[in-house]
Design a protein. Sequence first.
Length: 152
Amino acid sequence: MIMAYCDGANRISKPGMAACAWMINLPGGQVSRGYFLGPEPHTNNFAEYQGLLRLLRHLHEKEYSDVLIHCDSMLVVEQVNGRWDVKHKELLPFVNEAYGLLTAGHHRLVHVRGHGKNANATDNEGNDFVDKLCNEVLDREEKNRCESSTRQ
């Protein structure tokens, strides 16, 4: 079975700078991507959904099916699986697209323990990897912004 992981993160404020990432463990190796979701600020929930959606779009494009997807956002997992109501209507288009791609590809979306405020790692290499990738994207963007402001 192919396993995949997705994550989202934001910084500075809520909403703030945001990034998302995904990773797929394939028989021939690992494929991963990280994305900056700016320049406009976004919530963490937005970033988490973007991580899942970008993963699902990639899986659909490459015609992968039956992938076990791990996500550390309980909100995303429970809403997409239809067990929680969507209280923030701006998330409804994300839920609908994710559900459609998930069912079309016969994928399963499960929750995996994420990083708590005092935790540095989850003991889950896939989740730790996508979390690190999100933070690398945000670090790179912060560095670029600092360098840009010092040149002006």
